[in-house]
Design a protein around this ligand. Structure first.
Ligand SMILES: *[C@@H]1O[C@H](CO)[C@@H](O)[C@H](O)[C@H]1NC(C)=O
Ligand SMILES: *[C@@H]1O[C@H](CO)[C@@H](O)[C@H](O)[C@H]1NC(C)=O
Ligand SMILES: *[C@@H]1O[C@H](CO)[C@@H](O)[C@H](O)[C@H]1NC(C)=O
Length: 318
């Protein structure tokens, strides 16, 4: 028995080292080349900027998901991903519909952290990764990677959600509302921002120079903390994204694409359901929302368990 376990351990270690080597070879030979001149245009490529380094274990043509949730996350956020996998991001069937969650990651220059990501991907098979530095100002690249992945690997799904790792998502209510709404093409929803302006103070996290974005108003867009669209929109956005001037704020960039495609943003429900500012938790309140922002991992676990426990209980007002 002991030798069998040892053999298994040796096998797993070898597999991991092998995967790491494959990754390094791939990493240095495609996209940005670290050991030769860096092609500056690569940084601005929104699509087709190299191969996918890591892909989920999934064949979308078999049993296509109703909803694919894509979560922007960074290599070091393993703990958060573990909690999301146990809570709202757990693969499940709601109202006979398959709901799956994948994580969008860039790369890190720390080889140990990268090996840990490969390890995690081997274990869970839910990581989508391409070769760009994982940084806040590369969020547009990360979002476009998700859109490209849907276009190429999961066009059979019905809806896509893009959200962040500090967001609580009520996938039950989202599925219920999407089914009720039944608008399966050119649909885009979330927390609508219809009258936003670029922030020109350099100290702001959202600072955008006149050079990057000359106009004084943003197009309508949905808060990047959580938006949902019919899967056809992914292909439409992917197709035109190269013609859209690059803006590092991913939600604004998607807004520019939607304006070009003449796709209007819509509310999912008559009452507000997306909360980019966050919301105090109560099971009854959270039953009737889709997203709440600024949720820490331990809170996520508590909220989700409380929500699931109270699923069949009545709440005041229905
Ligand atoms: C790989 O994952 C296992 C758990 O699946 C963990 O115990 C191990 O420390 C990880 N190795 C690395 C290099 O992250
Ligand atoms: C975004 O990724 C590219 C490609 O890896 C890298 O050259 C660039 O420095 C990154 N941007 C930031 C702000 O880190
Ligand atoms: C892709 O975009 C081009 C314009 O850039 C348009 O002419 C073409 O019809 C689009 N194709 C699809 C499949 O949307």
């Amino acid at each position: 028995m002991a030798s069998k376990r040892l053999r298994k351990k040796i096998f797993l270690t070898t597999a991991l080292v092998f995967a790491g080597l494959c990754f390094l070879i791939k990493w240095t030979s495609v996209g940005i080349c670290l050991f030769c001149q860096t092609k500056s245009e690569d940084i601005f490529l929104k699509r087709d900027s190299g191969h996918f380094l890591l892909l989920p274990h999934l064949d979308c043509s078999q049993n296509p998901p109703f909803l694919v949730a894509l979560v922007t996350s960074s290599p070091t956020q393993l703990k958060v991903r573990v909690v999301i996998r146990k809570t709202w991001g757990k693969k499940k069937i709601i109202a006979n519909k398959l709901i799956v969650t994948y994580f969008l990651l860039g790369t890190t220059l720390n080889p140990e952290a990268q090996v840990a990501v490969i390890n995690e991907s081997l274990k869970y098979g839910d990581i989508i990764q391409k070769n760009f530095i994982d940084a806040y100002y590369n969020l547009t690249l990360k979002t476009m990677m998700g859109i490209e992945w849907i276009h190429k690997f999961c066009p059979q799904s019905s809806f896509v959600m893009k959200t962040d790792s500090d967001v609580f998502v009520n996938t039950y209510y989202l599925t219920e509302l999407l089914l009720k709404r039944n608008q399966n093409t050119r649909f885009f929803t979330g927390f609508l921002k219809l009258n936003e302006h670029p922030i020109r103070q350099m100290s702001s996290k959202w600072y955008v120079s006149k050079n990057e974005y000359p106009r004084n108003t943003y197009p309508p867009f949905c808060s990047g903390t959580g938006y949902v669209f019919s899967t056809d929109v992914a292909s439409l956005v992917y197709n035109i994204s190269d013609n859209i001037p690059f803006v590092k704020l991913e939600d604004v960039f998607i807004g520019l694409c939607l304006a070009e495609l003449n796709i209007k943003l819509e509310n999912l429900n008559s009452k507000q359901t997306f909360f980019p500012e966050g919301l105090e938790f109560s099971p009854c309140r959270f039953k009737k929302i889709v997203t709440s922002h600024f949720v820490r991992p331990h809170e996520l676990l508590i909220y989700w368990n409380a929500l699931e426990r109270s699923m069949d209980e009545k709440c005041p007002g229905g």
